[in-house]
Design a protein around this ligand. Structure first.
Ligand code: NAD
Length: 249
């Protein structure tokens, strides 16, 4: 479970734990990791998913301690810059893709041999509604989230013969600190009030409201359970049906 110490990942990790799973949380933030109660079935590791050496070491530890992996949740993903394409710095572009795309590849690369040791395993990749519609002022983020859908379909084909199912989740705006930061940046970039940005984000979904992390976790639990045993290669929206992410008009 990557980026499992706070935000959506924390809710997923707690629900998997409550179902009896032994959960390995990796997260870059020592503070967030410090707030998780560790025990035999909830194990915390400080890992930056964009660092291939750290990722390989974590999977080596899991192999030593558990011998196999049943579920991989590729949840880590940073928001990246809020800027028009001509204003996105090369450094910000690379830094966003390093976490949001390279990290997903590194973790999956080193986790796959362990997933193959399970008789039925599942990968869930966290994409976004930005994958389907594009997302103005979020070039590196939307590029990575589109790429994750491509990887999901590719890995579903590559790994299906090993009974590994691979799906992507595409949440809309999820209530929490992260979307508040995104809206604040968007408001600043566009020179409008943050309340107006929230009104616009809400209006972009048919249900006219934000998603909650527990809704993402419920779908994860379904997909990794026996109920989801025939579901693979899908990119599933959990977004109240995003009609458009078109910018202010
Ligand atoms: P968040 O910003 O709240 O971050 C969650 C955790 O990620 C934090 O504990 C942070 O320390 C960790 N993290 C950041 N960089 C890391 C790295 N390099 N390596 C390991 N851990 C790292 O994020 P969130 O809102 O919980 O989002 C989780 C996932 O859901 C992301 O992939 C995000 O793109 C996706 N998503 C979020 C929303 C939303 O509205 N929040 C919408 C659609 C998709």
């Amino acid at each position: 479970m990557t980026a499992g110490a706070s935000g959506i990942g924390r809710v997923i990790a707690d629900q998997l734990y409550d179902q009896g799973a032994t959960v390995y949380i990796c997260d870059i933030s020592p503070d967030a990791l410090g707030a998780v109660s560790e025990d035999e079935r909830m194990r915390c590791h400080q890992v930056d998913v964009s660092d291939v050496v750290q990722v390989a070491k974590l999977l080596e530890t899991i192999e030593k301690e558990q011998g196999r992996l049943d579920i991989l949740i590729n949840n880590a993903g940073i928001a990246g810059p809020t800027a028009g394409v001509e204003d996105v710095s090369v450094e910000d572009w690379r830094a966003t893709l390093a976490v949001d795309l390279d990290g997903v590849f590194y973790v999956t690369k080193y986790a796959t041999p362990l997933l193959k040791k399970s008789t039925s395993s599942a990968i869930v990749n966290m994409s976004s509604n930005a994958a389907f519609s594009g997302c103005p002022l979020r070039s590196p983020y939307s590029a990575a989230k589109w790429a994750i859908v491509g990887l999901t379909k590719t890995w579903a084909m590559e790994l299906g013969g090993d009974q590994i199912r691979v799906n992507a989740l595409c949440p809309g705006s999820v209530e929490g600190a992260r979307i508040d930061r995104v809206m604040a940046n968007d408001a600043k970039e566009r020179g409008v009030d943050q309340a107006e940005i929230r009104r616009i984000y809400e209006s972009q979904s048919s249900l006219k409201r934000f998603v909650e992390a527990k809704d993402i976790a419920s779908m994860v639990l379904f997909l990794v359970s026996d109920s989801g045993r025939y579901i693979s290669g899908q990119a599933i929206g959990i977004d109240g049906h995003t009609e458009s992410l078109a910018s202010l008009s």
